[in-house]
Design a protein around this ligand. Structure first.
Ligand SMILES: [Zn+2]
Length: 177
C-alpha cells in the first residue's frame, strides 16, 4: 500500500481564483433561509465591559441593582412619581429603554411601563431566584439588570415592566418640540 499524497497547497490558490470569477452563489443570490439568521444582530451591538470597570462607573447602589440584580426598596426611587414627558435610558450605558407615554402608576412602588421603546431595547430572561418564576428584564445593549416584566399590566400590551428607578436615567423632552 502506497502512501496517499497530501493535497498540494496550490489546490487552494486555484480554488480562490475561480471563486472570484462569480460562482453560482453570486448568480442565485442568498437563499431565503439564510435571511432570518442575519436579523439576530444583538451580539454585534452589545457592550463588553469588565466588572471592575462597572464598579468604577456606577455608584455602589447602581452596581448592586444593575450588575448584581438587587432590587431597590419600593417607593424609594426618584423616578417613581415622575410624570414629565421624556425618555428613560439605561443608567449604565445610556441606551434609551422606555418612553414617558408608556409609564403608568401601578401602585407597586416601582416605575412601571407597559412596553419598552422598541422590542429589541430590552432582553427578557427566565428568573427562578427567590423561589419564584419571573421574567427578568435586562438592557439589550449592556446586559444590566433593570427589573422584571409581569402579565398584569394595562392595555394595549397587558404587560407591566416593573423597573428599578436607580437603573434608569430620565431625559426630559425638549420644550416646544
Ligand atoms: Zn445598558
Amino acid at each position: 500500500m502506497g502512501l496517499v499524497q497530501p493535497e498540494a497547497p496550490r489546490t487552494r490558490s486555484v480554488r480562490a481564483l475561480s471563486d472570484g470569477a462569480g460562482g453560482p452563489e453570486d448568480a442565485a443570490g442568498t437563499s431565503p433561509g439564510d435571511r432570518g439568521k442575519e436579523s439576530r444582530m444583538e451580539e454585534g451591538s452589545r457592550t463588553e465591559i469588565s466588572e471592575e470597570e462597572w464598579k468604577r462607573r456606577l455608584t455602589p447602589e447602581q452596581y448592586a441593582v444593575c450588575r448584581q440584580k438587587a432590587t431597590e426598596p419600593p417607593f424609594s426611587g426618584r423616578l417613581l412619581y415622575n410624570k414629565e414627558e421624556g425618555t428613560y435610558s439605561c443608567v449604565a450605558c445610556k441606551a434609551v429603554l422606555f418612553e414617558s407615554s408608556t409609564k403608568f402608576d401601578s401602585g407597586t412602588g416601582w416605575p412601571s411601563f407597559f412596553q419598552p421603546v422598541s422590542p429589541d431595547a430590552v432582553r427578557e430572561e427566565p428568573d427562578y431566584s427567590h423561589g419564584m418564576v419571573r421574567t427578568e428584564v435586562v438592557c439589550a445593549r449592556c446586559g444590566s439588570h433593570l427589573g422584571h416584566v409581569f402579565p398584569d399590566g394595562p392595555e394595549p400590551t397587558g404587560l407591566r415592566y416593573c423597573i428599578n428607578s436607580i437603573a434608569l436615567e430620565f431625559q426630559p423632552a425638549r420644550e416646544g418640540s
